[in-house]
Design a protein around this ligand. Structure first.
Ligand code: B12
Ligand code: SF4
Length: 511
């Protein structure tokens, strides 16, 4: 039996198990420019809480998003006296999650971590004070943990759960995924302060925005993408189940804008068309946004999406260089980006581009190609990140001997800097990001300044880059620093062909 069963001494519980779920994210401490983080309550905790409640487990959520410290967790422990405390984890909140685990231990409460970060590296969470880590889908595992936690030490053989036994990590057998996502109850919105999120949105945009998920997993295989929970499996709810959730959000919380948070929205065409028809019938209409892949956004589909209320699409453009898209195993073509960008503009749908710099193998020419694409299509919104090697990804494997700063210590405050020794110095990427911002700024001046002047400003920025900034930032050694030129080219992805995963299986195993 368990060594990590956690604090002992608690008498067997004759009562219903009590579980306190904690979202340790503190918005005010997110170094990712607060302005750009869109706040929604944790969809995973909402789902877990609803699932537990349906199984006669008492559950509460402590959401730190709008708080200043972990004080509310301390108060909730004192007030609710949970048998088990569960923390949602992302690398950004690693340290705070450990602080909460230690707090739980001091109060004699067992703790479990779950979510992308602890699933991809359970060891530091267990060593740091958690009694268990859920490695995959959480609902059924947490029900078992709740009962175990209420009765005694946590066993070492629970499916999908990692624990420590005599200091060594022990993984329980793999746990099958839930067979039917339609069986999930509606999220437990009533257990947290939905109004705090909704009114914040209302102040910012005039809309009452909420988020939801229609699927779990993603069958694609981009090299930097961390998918510790669901791997490349893919399951989705029926369109009818999704429409029911939308109606509930609307009738209970007067939501008029939703964000579909699926990794990729609308992977199955027929499914999407049925959902869109249902959404089109909403009166008054419901606006929505989603994240899509350019290879899936077919021309005729966009008409239907627009009619159903599509207002904004997040597009993972990533690079303007086909070579880079192939190295990233992205499975998309520049021509597809060009078509989709033009059509979104024609349909007046806002586009938010994700762009990535610094992926191994990228040269200054590739960066210029990305900037050129950006100039041609001027997306309304964008973010330019420097590739972050998250544990468990192929990118991480590629650069693991060149990690530095935040990637070596993912618990440090920022998880958004370049986490490995990139081809060019960090200052070069900062400069490049500023060039994108400058472009966007010039674009906003379009129509207000004479076109000739705009052209001159753009040319001046390019000359400043090539004639002044690059020689300085690259050490005056020409266009590619020697330490980069001498480095072996990164290994290409195993297959450049678009991935052929077991696309629509209804269940699978975490990888
Ligand atoms: C939707 C989403 C968002 C939404 C959040 C919506 C919301 N509030 O829930 C938005 C856009 C706001 C967002 C923001 C951010 N996100 Co985000 N996001 C995602 C995305 C695409 C899906 C997450 C999701 O809901 N999945 C579905 C649920 C059901 O799965 P799940 O979270 O894994 O939860 C299951 C299990 O893990 C487990 N589980 C989860 N928590 C717990 C807790 C306990 C106690 C237990 C037992 C089990 C358990 O059970 C759950 C149900 O089965 C993921 C990518 C992905 N596929 O995971 C990235 C992802 C989670 N985000 C990521 C990041 C970095 C961020 C930001 C930090 C970025 C930033 N600073 O701007 C912020 C943080 C904001 C925050 N509040 O924490 C990273 C995290 C990487 C890491 N290792 O930490 C991911 C993995 C993307 C990536 N590959 O880089 N995100
Ligand atoms: S499409 Fe690529 S980046 Fe997006 S979730 Fe799937 S694997 Fe990750």
């Amino acid at each position: 039996m368990a060594e990590t069963g956690g604090p002992g001494g608690r008498p067997p519980a004759a009562e219903r198990p009590r579980v306190l779920l904690v979202d340790p994210y503190l918005a005010r401490e997110d170094p990712m420019d607060r302005k750009s983080v869109e706040l929604y309550p944790s969809l995973s905790l909402l789902s877990l809480a609803a699932f537990l409640r349906e199984r006669a487990i008492d559950v509460r959520i402590t959401d730190l998003t709008f708080e200043r410290s972990v004080g509310p967790v301390r108060r909730a422990i004192a007030d609710f006296r949970p048998h088990l405390l569960g923390v949602h984890t992302k690398s950004l909140t690693f340290r705070r999650a450990l602080a909460i685990a230690r707090l739980a231990r001091r109060e004699g409460v067992r703790s479990v971590a779950g979510g992308p970060d602890s699933a991809s590296r359970p060891e530091p969470y267990l060593a740091g004070g958690f009694d268990a880590v859920v490695l995959g889908e959480g609902e059924e595992a947490l029900v078992e943990l709740a009962h175990a936690g209420a009765e005694g030490p946590i066993p070492n053989d629970l499916a999908g759960v990692a624990t420590l036994l005599r200091g060594q990590l022990v993984r329980g057998p793999a746990r099958p995924f839930l067979a039917d996502l339609d069986q999930l109850p509606l999220p437990a919105w009533d257990l947290l302060d939905m109004e705090a999120y909704l009114s914040r949105w209302q102040r910012r945009t005039g809309e009452r925005r909420a988020a939801l998920l229609t699927s779990r997993g993603c069958p694609f295989d981009c090299s930097w993408c961390s998918k510790p929970t669901f791997g490349r499996s893919f399951r989705q709810q029926s369109p009818e189940r999704v429409l029911a959730e939308l109606r509930a959000l609307r009738s209970t919380y007067r939501v008029d804008y939703v964000r579909f948070c699926d990794d990729v929205f609308g992977i199955r065409r027929a499914w999407l068309e049925t959902l869109l028809r249902g959404m089109e019938a909403f009166d008054p209409p419901l606006a929505f946004e989603c994240l899509a892949r350019v290879d899936l956004l077919k021309t005729d589909l966009l008409d239907g999406m627009r009619r159903a209320g599509l207002a904004r699409v997040y597009v993972g453009v990533e690079s303007g260089s086909q070579k880079m898209l192939d190295l990233m195993n992205r499975g998309t073509r520049i021509a597809q980006v060009e078509r989709v960008a033009a059509e979104l503009r024609r349909h007046r749908i806002r586009q938010y581009w994700f762009l990535m710099l610094g992926y191994p193998g990228e040269t200054l020419e590739d960066i210029e190609a990305t900037l050129a694409l950006f100039r041609r299509f001027s997306p309304e919104e964008y973010s330019v990140s420097v590739a972050v090697p998250l544990p468990g990804t192929r990118l991480y494997e590629l650069v693991k001997d060149r990690l530095r700063g935040t990637a070596r210590d993912p618990g440090s405050k920022s998880s958004h800097g370049a986490g490995f020794e990139t081809a060019y110095p960090p200052a070069m990427y900062r400069w490049t990001r500023a060039r994108f911002d400058w472009e966007a700024h010039l674009d906003r001046l379009l129509g207000r300044l004479p076109p000739g002047l705009l052209r001159d400003l753009r040319t001046a920025a390019d000359r400043l880059t090539h004639e002044v900034a690059e020689p300085i930032l690259l050490g005056g050694s020409g266009r590619v620093p020697s330490r980069v030129a001498s480095r072996p080219a990164p290994a290409p992805p195993r297959s450049r062909a678009p991935p052929r995963p077991p696309l629509f299986g209804r269940s699978g195993w975490p990888r």
